[in-house]
Design a protein around this ligand. Structure first.
Ligand code: NAG
Ligand code: NAG
Length: 929
């Protein structure tokens, strides 16, 4: 490059430079660093197969054992077959089918280790993801019914569903009783394949090479693949994590699809990922949901090896007529076993709850954790921290958590502090905490290989690191230079790791310090695809290839356990992780990683977060402003306005970007950002109630519209708008200078603009003006949303503030809503220490009553002296009421026109019941007259 100008005429140089610039800005993503399907032998092999082209599998000897159905699965050998595995007669596989309460079928297929010719190496079965009590919900199968001709067996699945096993060729169908049409099926297209472990044949080469890295593959080919069909489905969703503009998963193969990669599930640190690609990024959840007007179903494959999934376009199999209302998918994994779960639904929320009964619901966070977080790589030193903190107070903007990235440490040795930049970390944290604010520091899994670093020394001495293929401690390059990685698959290592977070062990930490796990895919700068070699070895001889997608899960788990122990199981942990797997919701929050400061990334954040919510990871968000690059102020404001609704609400930026604290873009922008953050703080009572609901049932906080309006086809492919719980709909603004937007409002009831109280009819799209001060948001008629409208420095200081109830009446002049409150910190709520209220408005009367979820009388009590200071009624004609009478007490207060939002210039659009001053914890009735 340097010598070019000397050799070439200036004009050509200019053209070349332009091309280079264009190219590099369009694809900062270093695509070549990562394998595509064609470079991944198991994927290429599997994907090249056509339906029913393999020697088929036959099921034999179905019987009941220990309440499971077990059978053998044998691959027929066709004489014409000279495939890769030819020469080894396939051994029968073991199949086990189990049924669980609530409409869940579990299908396991593995090698039969009782077979003396089976290799001694056992395939990896992921432990610690399925909830320990899941087995308690197993239904004991006592008989298997066979069809008259003996070609199928069936078992009871639920009152409405049964599972049918076809013997030859092997197929599994879940279907409604009395119906001939399945709702989900496996191997209907004969693509099931299972590469059995075997001896290496002479001259056979098992090694795989990619960009200078060699994977020794000592156990050879061991991939598994099969097809899964979702019947009665309009769309399929789920299988994060991919950057995408679309919530519904687009087909990756078949008629009308240009060449596309399958959806890849392989946790990777992808530098500058592009906003729309099936390429795998930081986390993996192999759970897919289907949805149609009549029903939903779900499928989960518990397998932590690299997975690739094709969504097949109708007609992919050259069938003469594409079957309408069926979506076929094709699942491929490099290793592991078949351990799959079928969820019958039939409603989409049922599917989500069925999945949650297997992998758990989100851990209830502390209240501060759902408020606003301020982060940057890096807040330089204690002075910088103090001045950012003061900036929020000066500009009257609340925030709850200040974050420190890797530079706060002594040379990227986690659990240490740079003594020059952060000489008094405890004092710094205490100062923040005096305003109710917390701090988060980063702790990554790459441990600096430095003999004088105690963490490294202990891990080395105890043999706690992941090993390389030769059995030595794996040594890779990361932020800390030469580094090794704790093997948190091993429970003993997790125990050791968790102890590192105690106040004694983590010098300079205080109880108000929480943790962030980054780079836990794991990221290894000099490794294949910037990660760990697949032939690295974990506890129990497990190869990294078998565990890869769950490495970050275990690290996250061990860290969260550490905080739990530090607080004596009285302080709910907060740990943010970048990598995740099925079940990570039990350990903390995640974010969508290193996005970019552009409008496309703003837009893809919504389908990404919605997908995470559908697959259990409700507590998630995207970096406000975009991590890479410098957002234009307009983009930054729009991002705050959207991000204020993300379940996890944090601003973050790369260290090469310009500073972007909310007050750095002029007074007017500061005011807009302040208003966006205020919106979130005002909705915290509603959000906290939704978090509680999500932690109890698994139903996400941010929801696709179709989750609330499952029969409305208009909503199925909407990736731009979302529901917060059941009551609020938000439409993002994703374009610069956008003047108007079309918003589809579902349902029969109307919607009230949260900006000005205007009512809009449901069941249609509205073309709306776009304003600078907010993005379109609506409260659904028939709902009651609790809010708090006094803004303080942080949530802690809002604890005793009074509530405002916003009542949006529907056409029958009725509405209802809920409020959940507890101490915001501890686990006492699990023993009854909470307040849970139901508000119902009907016949001109608002009543508040208690919802008691607990069957047993509470062991702990929680009280609150909070009152209701204001009740806003939307949808009652002006002058529709003049006063309100409150019972008990029989006292009166005025009802008068008032504003909906407490902002200067907001007009009177609602009726306001002034100062009812009832206590939030009490039963009461307010009658408007
Ligand atoms: C299978 O392999 C045998 C011996 O290696 C060979 O003679 C035969 O032609 C092959 N058959 C096919 C269908 O490729
Ligand atoms: C209005 O809302 C109430 C309370 O949520 C509900 O019971 C009622 O069915 C709704 N009315 C209509 C017409 O939807």
């Amino acid at each position: 490059m340097i010598s070019l100008p000397a050799l070439l005429p200036r004009f050509i140089v200019t053209v070349l430079i332009t091309i280079i610039l264009l190219f590099s800005s369009a694809s900062a993503w270093k695509k070549d660093e990562f394998r595509n399907c064609d470079q991944t032998p198991f994927c290429k092999r599997a994907r090249s197969r056509t339906p029913h082209s393999l020697p088929h599998f036959t099921l034999s000897d179905p019987s009941i054992s220990d309440g499971h159905l077990t059978a053998r699965l044998l691959q027929s050998i066709s004489s014409s077959d000279n495939d890769s595995a030819a020469g080894d007669a396939p051994r029968p596989l073991l199949l086990r089918l189990s049924v669980y309460q609530g409409g869940i079928l579990r299908l396991k297929i593995d090698e039969d280790h009782s077979d003396p010719s089976a290799p001694s190496k056992k395939r990896f079965e992921v432990p610690d993801v399925v909830l320990p009590d899941f087995e308690d919900r197993r239904l004991w199968l006592s008989r298997v019914s066979s069809s008259d001709d003996g070609s199928t067996s069936s078992v009871y699945l639920s009152e409405d569903f049964e599972a049918i096993l076809r013997h030859n060729p092997f197929e599994v169908q879940v279907r409604r009783k009395g119906s001939n049409d399945p709702s989900i099926s496996l191997n209907s297209h004969g693509l099931f394949d299972f590469e059995q472990l075997r001896e290496k044949k002479e001259g056979e080469d098992w090694e795989e090479r990619f960009r200078g890295h060699t994977d020794t593959r000592p156990y050879g080919p061991q991939s598994i693949s099969f097809d899964v069909s979702f019947h009665g489905a309009e769309f399929v969703y789920g299988i994060p994590e991919h950057a995408s503009n679309s919530l519904a998963l687009r087909p990756t193969r078949g008629p009308g699809v240009e060449h596309s990669e399958p959806y890849r599930l392989f946790n990777l640190d992808v530098f500058e990922y592009i906003h729309d690609s099936p390429f795998g990024i930081y986390g993996s959840i192999p759970f897919m949901l289907s949805h149609g007007v009549k029903s939903s179903s779900g499928f989960f494959w518990l397998n932590a090896a690299e997975m690739q999934i094709d969504v097949l376009a109708p007609g992919w199999d050259d069938a003469a007529a594409a079957v309408k209302g069926r979506i076929d998918t094709f699942w491929m994994s490099e290793a592991g076993i078949v351990d799959t779960f079928f969820f019958v639904g039939p409603r989409s929320k049922d599917v989500i709850q069925q999945y949650a009964s297997v992998t758990g619901t989100l851990a209830m966070p502390q209240e501060f954790a759902i408020a606003y977080h301020q982060c940057r790589w890096n807040y330089r030193d204690e002075e910088d921290v103090a001045s950012v903190d003061a900036g929020f107070d000066e500009h009257d903007i609340p925030y709850d958590v200040l974050w420190l990235d890797i530079e706060h440490t002594d040379g990227k040795r986690y659990f240490t502090w740079d003594k020059v930049l952060f000489p008094n970390p405890e004092e710094m944290q205490k100062k923040l905490f005096s305003k109710g604010r917390r701090m988060v520091t980063i702790v990554d899994p790459h441990i600096k290989r430095d003999e004088s670093y105690y963490v490294h020394k202990e891990a080395t001495d105890k043999g706690y690191y992941v090993k390389d293929a030769s059995g030595k401690d794996f040594d890779g390059w990361c932020w800390s230079g030469s580094s090794s990685y704790p093997d948190t698959l091993n429970p003993e290592v997790r125990e050791w790791w968790s102890e590192k977070f105690s106040l004694q062990n983590y010098g300079g930490s205080t109880p108000s310090l929480y943790i962030w796990n980054d780079m836990n895919e794991p990221s290894v700068f000099n490794g294949p695809e910037i990660s760990m070699p697949r032939d690295a070895l974990h506890f129990g001889g497990v190869e990294h290839r078998e565990l890869h997608n769950a490495y970050g899960y275990y690290f996250h788990m061990a860290t969260a356990d550490g905080l739990l122990k530090r607080g004596n199981v009285k302080d709910r942990p907060f740990v943010l992780s970048r990598a995740f797997f099925a079940g990570s919701q039990r350990h903390g929050a995640i974010w969508t990683g290193d996005n970019s400061a552009d409008w496309d990334h703003l837009k893809s954040s919504v389908p990404m977060i919605l997908t995470l919510g559908l697959t259990g990871m409700s507590f998630s968000g995207a970096d406000i402003g975009g991590f890479f690059g410098n957002p234009e102020p307009e983009l930054l404001v729009r991002w705050y306005q959207l991000g204020a609704y993300y379940p996890f609400f944090r601003a973050h930026a790369h260290h090469d970007t310009k500073r972007r604290e909310p007050w750095l873009f002029g007074e007017q922008k500061t005011a807009l950002i302040r208003e966006a953050i205020h919106t979130r703080y005002s909705l915290l009572p509603y959000y906290y109630s939704l978090f509680r609901k999500a932690s109890a049932s698994g139903v996400p906080i941010l929801r696709p519209l179709w989750l609330e309006f499952p029969e409305d086809k208009e909503t199925f492919d909407n990736s731009e708008a979302f529901m917060i719980g059941e009551s609020i709909l938000v439409q993002g603004i994703y374009e610069e200078g956008q003047k108007s937007v079309s918003v589809y409002l579902p349902g029969e009831q109307s919607w009230y603009s949260m900006r000005n109280g205007a009512a809009y009819a449901g069941g249609q799209a509205h073309k709306l003006d776009v304003f600078e001060d907010s993005i379109p948001s609506f409260q659904r008629a028939g709902s009651i949303v609790p809010r708090k409208y006094r803004f303080r420095r942080s949530t802690t200081q809002m604890t005793n503030d009074p509530y405002t109830l916003v009542i949006a009446l529907n056409s029958s002049l009725a509405a209802e809503g809920e409020l959940y409150i507890d101490d915001g910190r501890s686990y006492d709520f699990e023993h009854g220490a909470y307040i849970h209220r139901r508000f119902v408005f009907s016949n001109g009367r608002l009543t508040s009553s208690s919802i008691d979820l607990a069957a047993a009388p509470p062991r702990e009590k929680f009280s609150s002296s909070c009152t209701v200071e204001r009740i806003i009624l939307l949808g009652m004609r002006p002058g529709g009421a003049k006063k309100a009478v409150i019972e008990p007490g029989n006292y009166e207060t005025v009802v008068e026109p008032g504003p909906l939002v407490l902002r200067a210039g907001a007009g009177s659009v609602a009726l306001v019941i002034r100062k009812p001053d009832v206590r939030i914890a009490d039963d009461w009735t307010i009658k408007v007259l």
